[in-house]
Design a protein around this ligand. Structure first.
Ligand code: PLP
Length: 322
């Protein structure tokens, strides 16, 4: 599998220009005071699907040849990868099947169906859903799209980082939440090309550290996957993004799920924005290590806003009790 290059990211930006406007990036005085740094919030939660992944889905569908596209795409996901594929398939008139583990986030399941995709609920976890997805894709002749090992998704997601560095060329650091690693890999790709002085810092939940431990070990590893934060729930390292992270990532940190919930609350209060847990993990990492960022200009990727009602209520509850 050929890793994507900065040229692929620039090509993706041309493809996406007709589909998605740039997302806003703002700084908030109350948040800067809390962090002791100038924090720039990149609002990927304002995408039409509520998450950055739509950049990848649209780039993938745009680049498929018409015959393959007409057979359709199939993905397995707890949510945002699914919405990205469903949205892009609808845009390009392609069939789309999504396999989710049983009892999915109802908001994400509803959104996938509303976009016209067929939703199959199968298995107790994402591994079981993935095995079933492979079988259905083979039966139906559809293209199975990995959430991590897919160059077109990384090239598409890289357009978010082109926007960040275009607005803020002199960042000291950019902090990116990680599940499969496509977002952090894209950040590394773009930073290496246009902002080599900017540190790219990846963040995962301590309850699901597969990407973190894979990066530390230098080989993809399988690890327990117990986070309640959907977008960060990956049980293994993915080879393609890990390859991009290996030499270019400055640091990888872990945060716990309660700190993520508090950061969700902080984003609502100080940045007037709704993040799902995964979308608040980067801010949680900055707030957990203020000494690492003191006085710096730091971009924080708020990657998504698809919080379930249960999640929104729980995050308010944790903070009120604290
Ligand atoms: C998927 C996702 C992530 C993690 O991105 P990867 O590219 O899988 O590492 C982070 N935040 C949100 C909201 C997501 O949907």
């Amino acid at each position: 599998m050929r890793p994507p290059t900065i040229t692929d990211a620039l090509r993706a930006r041309r493809l996406l220009a007709d589909h998605l406007p740039p997302t806003p990036m703002w700084s908030y005085p109350a948040l800067n005071a809390a962090a002791g740094a100038t924090v720039l919030i990149k609002h990927e939660n304002t995408q039409p699907t509520g998450a950055f992944k739509v950049r990848g889905g649209l780039t993938l569908l745009a680049g498929m040849d018409p015959a393959e596209r007409s057979r359709g795409v199939l993905g397995y996901s707890t949510g945002n990868h699914a919405q990205s594929l469903a949205y892009a398939a609808a845009r390009f008139g392609a069939p789309c099947v999504i396999v989710m583990p049983e009892d999915p986030n109802p908001a994400k399941a509803r959104a996938v169906r509303a976009l016209g995709a067929e939703l199959i609920e199968h298995g107790a976890d994402l591994d079981a859903a993935a095995a079933h997805a492979g079988k259905v894709a083979a039966d139906r002749g559809m293209r199975l799209v990995s959430a991590g090992d897919e160059p077109a998704l990384i090239a598409g997601v890289a357009t978010a980082y082109l926007e960040v560095f275009e607005r803020e060329p002199a960042l000291d650091a950019i902090v990116v939440p990680v599940g499969a690693g496509s977002g952090a890999a894209a950040a590394c790709l773009v930073a290496a090309a246009v902002a080599p002085g900017c540190r790219v810092i990846a963040v995962q939940s301590a309850a699901s550290p597969a990407a973190y431990e894979s990066w530390r070990a230098g080989v993809p590893l399988t690890r327990p996957n117990r986070t309640r934060v959907e977008g960060l729930a990956a049980g293994c390292g993915f080879a393609l993004p890990q390859g991009l992270l290996r030499s270019r990532l400055a640091d990888f940190v872990l945060v716990d799920d309660d700190a993520i919930a508090e950061a969700q609350w902080t984003l609502m209060r100080d940045a007037h924005t709704l993040a799902e847990g995964a979308g608040a993990a980067a801010l949680a990492a900055v707030l957990a290590a203020p000494g690492d960022f003191a006085g710096q200009r730091v971009a924080v990727m708020v990657t998504g806003g698809n919080a379930s009602e249960r999640e929104i209520r729980a995050c308010g509850g944790i903070t009120a009790a604290a």
